[in-house]
Ligand binder design. Sequence first.
Ligand SMILES: C[S@@+](CC[C@H](N)C(=O)[O-])C[C@H]1O[C@@H](n2cnc3c(N)ncnc32)[C@H](O)[C@@H]1O
Length: 376
Amino acid sequence: MSQAHLAYESRVNLGSYYTPPEIVGTAWKMIAPYVRSQTTVIDSACGYGDFLKHCGQAMTIGCDIDETAIDVAKESSNRVRFFQTNALHNVSRTKFGIPEQSDLIVVGNPPYNDKTSLIRQSIKSVDFEIDDDLACRDLGISFLRSYNKLRADLICVLHPLSYLIKPTNFRLLKAFTANYRLIEGLLISSGEFPESVKHTPFPIVLALYQRDAQGMAYSFIRSFRFRVTDKNGFCLDEFDYITGYLDKYPKKKNQPRYDDTLFFWTMRDINALKRNRTFVESYSANTIVLDRRKLDYYVYVDVFKRNLHRLPFYFGNCDVLIDDELFRQYKSAFISDTISHHPFLKKHFQIKPLEKQRVESELDMYFKALLGEHHV
Ligand SMILES: C[S@@+](CC[C@H](N)C(=O)[O-])C[C@H]1O[C@@H](n2cnc3c(N)ncnc32)[C@H](O)[C@@H]1O
């Protein structure tokens, strides 16, 4: 069984969620055309070494901080040079005996562990040293930076899609994105990892990067077409998002003033919307004091939340999508739906609510048109 030797806490700490064999196979198909006999392939967070089993004639190096994992890995392969060491400390080619002029490919599934995220915070503590230029709140980002430090020619790894699509994360990858360009990206649900099935699935990308002096800007990611099984792919720029239509976060000096002030829960991405509330009746540090002129768009988000089951996993870290023109056409259906779920809002709207059946069919038409082939 995968990572069976680790207790729950160590798994969380080390980010030890071993990769299902089909995904390892897909990664291998991606890099196979680039592997030659002089190539060195390294997985610096190799676990039991599964990513290094198909390397043909290439030189292979496996590294993991976990001693038991390395012992198990050694038993199943004698072609690979294994190191039991911290891959984020004193990073250089010399550390792994990789010649400076050698073609280097990095493969694997490094740990992603956001040290600041609230979930399971009580047991998260990373207690190994990290080079100053690699240190970051998220271990996965440190690993991506380490591949740049090794001057890898090609990188084929799994990591959360949020590293690329959230501007704040993308900025943390500056040293990396200055030297690499995404050439392929396959989207995979975290739900495919047996350990993660209990949690809300989030999108992971199996990404292939090539070293390239041009690097890539954020706009490159926005227009990049990610692969998704069974579909034509997914591109961020194909959609319009709610960000431009309302405030997602409380503003400073955002205190309620009138008795009939309306409140809405702070908005992050679609996965956060899944967990959070929308309209709320009282003020708190997490509520937005509504700008009435934008009320219709908050209604939109409220209805969107009840329709999240229509979205595939890969929208999890995106903002709420909108087709504004179409929304205006169906607005009465949206308002009627919100009123029926939050009767206290009724007095804020002039319309006579539509009957339930009509609301349902209009919302169905809207969401099918909005999502097109992505509709679940
Ligand atoms: C997601 S698992 C991947 C294991 C294997 N590559 C696979 O996909 O089956 C992440 C691995 O990173 C290792 N790891 C965590 N921190 C590390 C560090 N600082 N240096 C080296 N390995 C580390 C963990 O022990 C774990 O085996």
